[in-house]
Design a binder for this molecule. Structure first.
Ligand SMILES: Cc1cc2nc3c(=O)[nH]c(=O)nc-3n(C[C@H](O)[C@H](O)[C@H](O)COP(=O)(O)OP(=O)(O)OC[C@H]3O[C@@H](n4cnc5c(N)ncnc54)[C@H](O)[C@@H]3O)c2cc1C
Length: 448
């Protein structure tokens, strides 16, 4: 049986930061007297790739990162559960062309493998495992088909059928919050369908974690950590960046921070950006997708690796289903990841770590019973919605706002360039972010 969901953007807590994490890159300090060719803001996949490309082309470049680690939304922790645990990106998308997967395959420190496509999920209604899932997949197939054939800049809620079906909330959760970080009323079918030209080539995993792969590939890239950019002055012929470590000047800069950060006004532009450009930070808005992870002593111990669990989420009086999809035993870690998203996921994150844990555990208890209380060994909450360095998971166009994707990509005054997942062709992914960074760096190289 084929794995039903996760066929397109198939991604696609404690506090998030302050974890004991990765081997560190060559940490460097910017020289305020230096006039750099380029300053790269952010050391996620896009910023690291851009910096790498600029260094290879002989440019004088510095990469500034606000946090104390590289990787951004692709981050693996090895301490919380004592084994690789991806707090953000987990699925290696488009493996045939994904540079990280290719890097992992050619590096004996990593075990990269393709996810199998035989049966790998279970479906529950209450505490009963469903053996005939046809009713669920009928709603799912019709919803995906309706979204896929819509070329209009409208929300899925305007086109998907079977909205009164008892499986609708589950399907909504799978194709909305789980794949997009957004509910059916909050994204554009046109944006979802438009730029995605990379042929489907399945999903890969890295046993050591996707974040470890990113960090290892760019371990030699010099990054100045703990340096937050607060303002970009482009009134002169170059750019002058204010940071909490002083002012840094360059001919050009590449901004790779999330649209959550850009729309929050944490980076002030002088002179102001055009109204349209500013709007693009809001209209290509962040989806929400957080991770509540459990480790049980016995539950799921015998499950094969890389399993998924979907359950019937009853009809609720809300436009954002209160539930989640579950990833069980990724890469044989025995972890159980419950990923609430959309508006509900955002509000749950705002309610805090305890509320997230309570909700996820109470949903699992409806399926497996109260006995799981005693079986629980450890838990963790990775909350991206409230982390000021991200303020969400990944971005997509709001209904009617498709045109802003292109506006977001455009450079300003030929000296402020924008890269990062939201600007990528394969947006919302680590590999998309990486390619966007390389492309913007190449544009700059040819212009200075
Ligand atoms: C929970 C979750 C699950 C996901 N699952 C998948 C998946 O399975 N597969 C997949 O391909 N993608 C997935 N994604 C999306 C993927 O992680 C992102 O698309 C990608 O990592 C974004 O990379 P980026 O370089 O564009 O941005 P980021 O990784 O956000 O990098 C930007 C960097 O800028 C830094 N920064 C922020 N503000 C400032 C400032 N003022 N000054 C200096 N630095 C600053 C941040 O700390 C960050 O390190 C997931 C994301 C989340 C949150």
């Amino acid at each position: 049986m084929i794995q039903k969901p996760k066929n397109r953007r198939s991604f696609i807590k404690t506090s998030l930061l302050g974890l004991g994490l990765l081997s560190f890159p060559n940490i460097i300090l910017a020289n305020s007297k230096e006039n750099y060719d380029v300053v790269v803001i952010g050391a996620g996949a896009a910023g690291l790739a851009a910096t790498d490309e600029l260094i290879k082309s002989g440019k004088k470049v510095i990469c500034l990162e606000a946090s104390n680690m590289i990787g951004g939304r692709a981050i693996t922790d090895n301490q919380i559960f004592g084994e690789p645990y991806d707090l953000g990106a987990l699925w290696i998308e488009n493996g045939n062309t994904n540079n990280f997967k290719i890097y992992g395959e050619n590096n004996s420190n990593f075990n990269v493998y393709k996810e199998r496509y035989e049966e790998m999920y279970s479906v529950y209604s209450g505490n009963k495992r469903i053996s005939n899932e046809d009713a669920l997949w009928k709603v799912y197939d019709n919803a995906t088909a309706a979204i896929a054939k819509t070329r209009k800049d409208v929300a899925p809620i305007d086109v998907v059928p079977y909205q009164d079906d008892r499986w609708f909330n589950t399907v909504h959760t799978i194709i909305g919050p789980w794949e997009m970080g957004k509910d059916f009323s909050n994204y554009s079918c046109k944006d979802f369908n438009f730029d995605y030209e990379i042929p489907e080539s399945g999903v890969w995993h890295c046993k050591e974690g996707y974040g470890s792969l990113v960090a290892d590939m760019y371990k030699k890239i010099p990054v100045q950590l703990n340096t937050k950019v607060t303002a970009i002055d482009w009134s002169g012929s170059g750019v002058k960046l204010s940071t909490d470590k002083g002012i840094i000047s360059a001919k050009k800069c590449i901004v790779t921070v999330s649209n959550g950060v850009l729309s929050s006004g944490q980076i002030k532009f002088t002179p102001n950006l055009s109204a349209e450009k500013e709007e693009s930070f809001f209209k290509i808005s962040m989806g929400h997708y957080n991770r509540v992870t459990f480790k049980f002593k016995k539950l799921f111990k015998k499950k094969a690796k890389d399993n998924y669990l979907y359950y019937r989420i009853d009809k609720q009086n809300t436009s954002s289903p209160e539930g989640f999809c579950v990833t069980i035993n990724p890469s044989d870690t025995k972890l159980c990841m419950c990923d609430p998203g959309g508006e509900f996921g955002k509000n749950l994150a705002k309610a805090g770590v305890d509320a997230s844990l309570d909700f996820a555990l109470s949903e699992l208890k409806k399926i497996f019973g109260n006995k799981i209380n005693k079986d629980l060994k450890q838990s963790h909450v990775a909350n991206w919605s409230t982390n000021p360095l991200f303020l969400g998971a990944w971005a997509s166009a709001e209904p009617g706002a498709f045109k802003y994707r292109e506006i977001l990509r455009q450079s300003v005054g030929d000296r402020i360039y924008f890269a990062g997942e939201a600007t990528a062709k394969d947006w919302g992914t680590v590999n998309g972010a990486q390619v966007s960074g390389i492309n913007q760096a190449k544009k700059i190289v040819s212009s200075i």
